[in-house]
Design a protein around this ligand. Structure first.
Ligand code: IPE
Ligand code: IPE
Ligand code: MG
Length: 260
């Protein structure tokens, strides 16, 4: 790993035994859960859990680059997270902006392209935060080593609803024949057009639910659940989840080929 990539230290510490480098998934989705419980166990405020979790996300980005993953998506703030205590919401809004300020140069140097999935037009998002997201996406748009999707103010139902609303507008104005609408039309109007379906979705903290993450694309995703709290996950957690994914027999409604 060249020094400039910024991925050297994390890559050097990874145990890659058991990983089949020929069958790396294209897209891993991360539901980063358990920051609050991690903090509570240490008598720290919940926000300290989010800070520890942020460092782990960037270790995972480095790990993803090291194993050759092409797409990594991470759930950073859900449309339902607005229901939290206003202080925690305010922290998360500020923190998102702060992360982009601190990490953008090293992400750019690593060849990471940033995308944002979610409703960024929501007036509850501070303007400065929105501007940082737009700037980060624009600045990294020519990078191609890893596509990093930050799902911010993201909800799977809201995303599909927005796609349907835009198709309905085109149909109502006569630009689109409703009878010709296919799944591809919906996919093209999701938050990040061209984002492949996640092959595997990982959720930490022992909760076994999707919580409105990537509802459309997760139709055939392999689900990996771990009781590890997000701040304890680390880049090795990502590698272990990929190893678990490689043990699965994906069928997509068909049948597995007979053993030799
Ligand atoms: C996930 O950790 C981070 C966000 C939802 C922003 P939580 O904050 O949900 O942590 P727990 O689930 O309360 O432990
Ligand atoms: C999912 O975690 C959202 C993010 C990780 C950003 P939550 O903690 O919000 O999910 P629930 O409430 O346990 O389902
Ligand atoms: Mg949670």
């Amino acid at each position: 790993m060249d020094r400039d990539s910024g991925a050297g230290d994390v890559a050097a510490g990874l145990d890659l035994q058991g990983l089949d480098p020929g069958r790396i998934p294209v897209h891993v989705g991360l539901i980063m859960d358990g920051n609050g419980r991690w903090a509570r166990a240490r008598n720290l405020p919940r926000t300290a859990g989010h800070a520890a979790g942020e460092a782990v996300l960037f270790e995972c980005v480095e790990g993803a680059v090291a194993v050759g993953l092409r797409w990594l998506s991470a759930y950073t703030f859900s449309t339902e997270n607005w229901s939290r205590d206003p202080d925690e919401v305010a922290f998360l809004m500020w923190f998102n902006e702060d992360i982009l300020l601190r990490r953008l140069v090293s992400l750019d140097r690593m060849g990471v392209r940033l995308h944002f999935a979610g409703d960024l037009d929501d007036p509850r998002i501070p303007d400065r935060n929105r501007a940082h997201m737009q700037n980060a996406a624009a600045r990294t748009r020519h990078n191609g080593r890893l596509e990093l999707v930050l799902a911010f103010n993201y909800g799977g139902r809201a995303e599909v609803t927005a796609a349907v609303r835009s198709l309905a507008a085109d149909a109502a104005s006569g630009r689109l024949d409703p009878g010709s609408i296919t799944e591809r039309h919906i996919e093209a109007r999701l938050s990040v057009p061209g984002m492949p379906d996640p092959d595997v979705i990982v959720r930490t903290s022992g909760e076994m639910r999707i919580s409105n993450f990537l509802l459309w694309g997760s139709a055939y995703a392999e689900l990996v659940f771990t009781s590890t709290l997000w701040p304890d996950f680390g880049a090795q957690g990502l590698v272990d989840a990929i190893v678990e994914y490689q043990r699965r027999g994906r069928r997509f409604g068909g049948v597995l080929p007979a053993p030799e």
